[in-house]
Design a protein around this ligand. Structure first.
Ligand code: 5GP
Ligand code: MG
Length: 170
């Protein structure tokens, strides 16, 4: 598989994002909501660079993605989320593609009373975006290719790769 973003570039960028997040929150408490399963590696690396009072919660989004290119109906499980009244929330996800997943997550978190919501994604495919979602922190803009690694899967495989690779369908 062709490596699109090497592990050391990812680490360097995660450090920069953490610095940007620290500057923006200015020591205020932040409730991080990670979107499983893709956020797993990014979230773990990012939170260890944050010198802020942080709480962490997880929601589960799955889109029954059958093939690399088409996503099916979205299922969102957010029943473990606490009351977010008055909280500043930072949503962390792996990739902003069409934006439908994050649009739903944002709507759900707003419904729990969050005072302020920001979004951090490792990757963004700008040309695929259709939902009105803006990410406040973006690791890398990438072309419209299906990628795996650093948390991102194909058929639940490849999440453990330390880099981002392009998966071309056979
Ligand atoms: P969206 O709702 O923005 O279209 O899709 C977001 C979700 O689809 C991501 O959180 C991720 O799980 C999955 N996804 C979108 N593009 C890719 C990709 O290139 N590779 C992988 N592995 N998953 C993707
Ligand atoms: Mg995801």
């Amino acid at each position: 598989m062709e490596i699109l973003i090497a592990a050391d570039r990812i680490h360097q960028r995660v450090v920069e994002l953490a610095e940007q997040i620290e500057r923006d929150y200015q020591s205020r408490p932040v409730m991080i909501v990670g979107v499983l399963t893709g956020c797993l590696v990014f979230l773990a690396d990012l939170i260890r660079r944050l010198d802020l009072p942080v709480r962490i919660h997880l929601v589960q989004a799955s889109s029954y993605r059958g093939t690399a290119t088409s996503a099916g109906a979205l299922q969102l499980r957010a029943d473990t989320l606490p009351d977010l009244a008055g909280r500043e929330v930072l949503i962390v996800d792996d990739i902003l593609d069409t934006g439908q997943t994050l649009a739903r997550v944002i709507e759900t978190i707003r419904g729990r009373g969050a005072a302020h919501i920001r979004v951090a994604v490792l990757l963004r495919k700008k040309e695929r975006l259709i939902a009105p979602v803006e990410a406040d922190y973006v690791g890398f803009d990438i072309p419209d290719e299906f990628v795996v690694g650093y948390g991102l899967d194909y058929n639940d495989e490849y999440r453990h790769l330390p880099h981002i690779a392009v998966l071309r369908e056979p």
